[in-house]
Ligand binder design. Structure first.
Ligand SMILES: [Zn+2]
Ligand SMILES: [Zn+2]
Length: 359
């Protein structure tokens, strides 16, 4: 069986150490597709401190699809990181216990390096190395003690599993909103109204700022207005839309969030921004096609990126979801783990905004 290739070593080690191997269902990457297979369930003893979490569900992230399409991760990898689950085994100094329902972030910064001191927690090399094992699209995962200490949160039982699974993606948006340093009377624009664009708008709104949106898909433009957007524009005729936007803002938008990854989206963001505006880049792009030097110089534009959430952003995210200040219900469609390939193609074809994979 395929799993034996990547996990051969693990299995060998487990046998040597006398562990009883139990198998679980998991979705692995193979040749640009997902294959459902069986992997050894993580063994807590192997890691020492930490917890085993029974995954209840896991959101499908745009970054999972990028990894799958670009082949940037190895075959055999288990994708998925927007996990909600229940602690079933634990050996930890934290106050978590068996039976706790939790949502989590998958990377933990060291808090003690040049990147962390500068507030760039998601650039910390330790952050990039840490992860849940093997990945969210599996029946069980292992989380380390430092995850438990920093990026795992108890889920208020009033919340549905799906709502709780938005902890990490909303945390990413919250980080972007904080980094943009939006002033009180600023008008913000979100370019791209997929699930991340909607969450970004909701985060901007929750922080007390006016937000507008635009997208090429009519249904998304309509939907956004239920999620705290002041007004959204259908990007059918660029010049007309830019004119309408000028009527709203007079000079252009103060802050523009780019959640759609394409050269034309960059171009549009630059046109919709006022001179001196901040443009937050929040998506990857297939062919590097960047901003123009002279736009940045003569128009004094601030171009900044924001990537992944820090533990504090996750904490803020949980609070906003719990208090209902950000509405996440209704954004995702539920699929079983066996339907993961379908969920991926429905997301790529924009048939759905977001998929939640139930384990
Ligand atoms: Zn994600
Ligand atoms: Zn660090």
């Amino acid at each position: 069986m395929y799993l034996k290739q990547k996990y051969k070593l693990n299995i060998f080690k487990y046998v040597l150490l006398g562990y009883n191997i139990v198998y679980m269902k998991a979705a692995i990457l193979k040749n640009g597709r997902i294959e459902i297979t069986e992997l050894p369930k993580p063994i807590l003893d192997e890691y020492g401190e930490g917890a085993i979490i029974k995954v209840l569900g896991c959101g499908l992230c745009g970054s999972d699809i990028v990894k799958l399409r670009t082949g940037s991760v190895m075959d055999g990898t288990v994708l998925g990181h927007e996990v909600v689950g229940e602690i079933v085994e634990i050996n930890s100094g934290t106050s978590f216990s068996i039976g706790d329902k939790v949502a989590l972030g998958h990377h933990v910064p060291c808090f003690n390096c040049q990147y962390c001191w500068g507030g760039n927690y998601s650039m910390c090399r330790h952050f990039k190395k840490t992860n849940i094992k093997p990945g969210g699209f599996a029946e069980y995962i292992f989380v380390s003690e430092e995850h438990l200490n920093n990026t795992v949160f108890n889920v208020n039982l009033r919340l549905s599993d799906i709502e709780a699974s938005f902890l990490e993606p909303l945390g990413c948006c919250i980080r972007a909103v904080k980094r943009a340093k939006i002033l009180d009377n600023y008008k913000c624009l979100v370019v791209g109204l997929g699930s991340i664009g909607i969450l970004m708008g909701e985060a901007i709104h929750a922080f007390g700022n006016k937000v507008y949106g635009c997208d090429l898909i009519k249904e998304r433009v309509f939907a956004s207005e239920e999620f705290g957007f002041e007004k959204s524009f259908l990007l059918d005729n660029e010049d007309e839309v830019l004119n309408k936007m000028k009527q709203e803002t007079k000079v252009g938008f103060d802050t523009v969030f780019l959640t759609a990854g394409s050269a034309s989206a960059i171009d549009f963001a630059v046109k919709a921004a006022r001179d001196g505006a901040t443009i937050v880049v929040f998506s990857s792009i297939k062919n590097e096609n960047g901003f123009k030097n002279n736009d940045i110089y003569y128009r004094e534009l601030n171009i900044m990126g924001s990537y992944s959430p820090s533990p504090v952003d996750l904490e803020d995210s949980m609070l906003l979801i719990e208090e209902g200040r950000v509405k996440v219900a209704g954004l995702s469609v539920v699929y079983g783990i066996d339907e993961l390939n379908q969920a991926i193609s429905d997301t790529i074809s924009n048939k759905i905004m977001k998929a939640y994979i139930r384990l």
